[in-house]
Write a protein that binds this ligand. Structure first.
Ligand SMILES: Cc1cc2nc3c(=O)[nH]c(=O)nc-3n(C[C@H](O)[C@H](O)[C@H](O)COP(=O)(O)OP(=O)(O)OC[C@H]3O[C@@H](n4cnc5c(N)ncnc54)[C@H](O)[C@@H]3O)c2cc1C
Length: 326
């Protein structure tokens, strides 16, 4: 048998990425009677809506809160809230706030992702290496040599990563998209998770945007309601993250904790650092998704489109599903 052409599995629509965009794309396809399969290289669901446990302390270390300007997305958050998978955290972080709801996942951000994934077929810890046009569909090559066939693909990795998969499979981008997609850049973010030996000094409701010096944002996961133990997330600014990306991460954490000391107000018991290489798009694409191939369908979606937020990813996921169904 020719191993080169061996197909390990054939699927109708493959959704690559189990973040907000991929999950909502798959839900929409499923509601329309299709049989989507969602594949993700990660162990958990949610992508950058990420929650990590260190002992008894729990951290949201990616997306911190979710805002909803779009009526449909607001209704989805209300629905998840009703099911106990999301709740309103606050209406702003300074003084009386600005009146706009900031939502969080329950118990953490990944709780919302798990809720959205209900009823969907999920394949985790499988990484796509390349997408290749093959007769009547897409050949999806995985790390380790597995190969799948898909009639249509929705690709929701950050666009710079998606373009690598397409280049490896020799997919030629249409002229209308090539320059625009290649121009999309992402900021990096070093995230420090610190378990404290007592409550932090961060004011209620536990979130603080600094955006000066090395720190962009700090959150007290205990005041937020995510963690039973004192657990603070610190996000470095894009400038600090870039400068320290290749350097000693322990040293970067030390500098960030030093700058955070006035708000910590307690001893640090344990520290972990996570680097988000693709944190938020510097400038995204205004269109809701990119149909880069019509027959067979290949659609790029995610927060590179519709705004650099969870809500943008959601709107883009919906648009991608509609493009596949069209
Ligand atoms: C530190 C940080 C703070 C943030 N704060 C906020 C905030 O407060 N509010 C807000 O609204 N937004 C925030 N964001 C942005 C928000 O997290 C994203 O906009 C949103 O979660 C993106 O969703 P997505 O589905 O487009 O992508 P992702 O969540 O990145 O999902 C893409 C998925 O694709 C998978 N994948 C990638 N490549 C492959 C491959 N080759 N094979 C298989 N799987 C693959 C990844 O594992 C990932 O799970 C923050 C982001 C970061 C990093």
């Amino acid at each position: 048998m020719d191993m080169q052409n061996k197909t390990d599995r054939a699927v109708e629509v493959l959704v690559i990425g189990a973040g907000m965009a991929g999950l909502l794309a798959a839900r929409t396809l499923k509601e329309a009677g299709r049989e989507p399969v969602v594949i993700d290289k990660g162990r958990g669901l949610g992508g950058r809506m990420a929650t990590r446990r260190i002992g008894g302390a729990i951290f949201d270390h990616g997306a911190q809160f979710i805002t909803a300007r779009d009526v449909r997305f607001a209704a989805l958050l209300e629905e998840a809230g009703g099911a106990g998978a999301a709740s309103e955290w606050c209406k702003g972080f300074s003084g009386k706030g600005d009146g706009h709801a900031r939502w969080r996942g329950v118990p953490g951000m990944t709780g919302l992702a798990r809720y959205l994934a209900q009823g969907l077929e999920m394949v985790q810890e499988k990484q796509v290496e390349a997408l290749r046009l093959s007769e009547g569909g897409w050949k999806v090559e995985m790390t380790g040599g597995e190969s799948w066939a898909a009639k249509a693909v929705i690709l929701t990795a950050p666009v710079p990563q998606s373009l690598v998969l397409l280049a490896k499979g020799g997919v030629v981008l249409p002229e209308e998209w090539k320059g625009r997609l290649e121009a999309i850049r992402y900021e990096r973010c070093l995230a420090v998770m610190a378990v404290l030996d007592g409550p932090s000094n961060l004011p209620e409701p536990g979130g603080l945007a600094l955006n000066e010096g090395p720190i962009a944002w700090m959150a007290d996961n205990q005041k937020k309601g995510v963690s039973g133990e004192a657990a603070v997330t610190i996000h470095a600014t894009p400038e600090f993250s870039l400068e320290h990306w290749e350097k000693d991460r322990d040293e970067a954490a030390r500098l960030l904790l030093e700058a955070a000391a006035p708000w910590l107000g307690a001893g640090v018991k344990t520290v972990q650092v996570h680097g988000w290489k693709f944190s938020k798009p510097v400038e995204g694409e205004a269109e809701a998704c990119a149909v880069v191939h019509r027959a067979p369908k290949l659609v790029l979606a995610g927060d590179s489109f519709c705004g650099s937020r969870v809500e943008g990813a959601a709107l883009s996921g919906w648009a991608a599903a509609e493009a596949v169904l069209a």
